[in-house]
Design a protein around this ligand. Sequence first.
Ligand SMILES: *Cc1c(COP(=O)(O)O)cnc(C)c1O
Length: 464
Amino acid sequence: MNQIFNHLPTAELQALDAAHHMHPFTDGGELAAKGARVITRAQGCFITDSEGNDILDGMAGLWCVNLGYGREELAKAAYDQMRQLAFYNTFFQTTHPPVVALAKKLSELAPANLNHTFFALGGSDANDTNIRAVRVYWELKGKPTKTHIIARHNGYHGSTMGGGSLGGMAGIHAQGGLPIPGISHIAQPFWWAEGGDLSPEEFGLKAARALEAEIDRLDEDNVAAFIAEPVQGAGAVIVPPSTYWPEIQRICDERNILLIADEVICGFGRTGNWFGSDTFGIRPDIMTLAKGLSGGYVPIGASMLSDEIADTLNSTEFAHGYTYSGHPVSCAVALENLRILDEEGIVDRVGAETAPYLAEKWRALEDHPLVGEARIAGMMGALELTPDKSARAKFAAEEGTIGFMAREASINNGLVMRHVRDSLIISPPLVISRAEIDLLVERAAKTLDQVHARAKAEGLMKPA
Ligand SMILES: *Cc1c(COP(=O)(O)O)cnc(C)c1O
């Protein structure tokens, strides 16, 4: 069937797609009018569409295809595991070798006190697990009022009822009765947009201290945890000022609040170390994992718990789990993915070589008249587009107009970048070579030139 559909003309695939496929985070009417881009194959850092265009995938799928596409070893790991044991559950006092091996491997890679993994299918449901886990933990510790969770505006933690509530995305909260009770949001450490006249360092402290104020407002006895991404990904690759995380860590320690690092994007090498927590000196009690855990080849997510939390939860039956928690095929592929990252020295190479190379080239784009700020952390970056850099101004046009224009231009120039409002973001596969980085930056620069010329011609280079 796959073969037959691969040979359908693009227009026919698009019509069937519009008729039967509901897309995530997509205005269906708009898409139906235009037709979805059909991706038919991929190899290395390039995807190919149904019209035969090869496009450099500057987003690694959706922040996940860290080894690039087409790795035979991962396909073989899935094939072998499906033949050996396609599925067995882990509910009723049973286990299987791939889940044991993966849990052990994760305990070796993660920060020292995180040695226990509860498996999920992605990041959203792993964060749902976290909400329940921290509340059950405090209840078992004799502090049943500690239930409230503090998160951040413009954070992203998924789109389930729990994950979408932890996230601070206004568009998600506007639909379906979110956030659920017991979750509140503090300011994000986004200096470009919200730093005003403060230096980034001063602003980092101020943003962190919003956590302390929120704990005071709620009363420490009611607060279970704080959750944050080391670097906000979907928010637009927001790299916090250097002062932010040490202050957050101090507050969580002093106020007896659990710290959940959502490492779904940052984990497994994205920031140049195994975890964003390593890069930013964070000591989390829980880490959320997904995306890079399997390099996008199969769905898997996880919550890694500290010894203290796991021992406490293990004193009772935690009435929680997913049929596919610790799915053997997902675990086998994830293990192979981690083996390759490790044995081929990919995380080390990103940290020592390719990320610094990308950073130098990416930061140079800040000289472009359309770019106000070029942010970069390891292999994730953002360009803040602006009509007036010195004022850090927004465009007078509806927010996202220029960003969307730039995203479309970028794809036509052979590079997938994503836009968030009027910023452009990248998160390429970790295996991207220097030559491919050159190509990425060259195509990004070409896009900036085109969009700048068009925005000027259409009178859009006006500050709000
Ligand atoms: C993608 C993402 C999630 C959600 O993961 P899904 O697998 O889409 O459910 C959660 N947290 C962060 C930081 C993410 O980037």
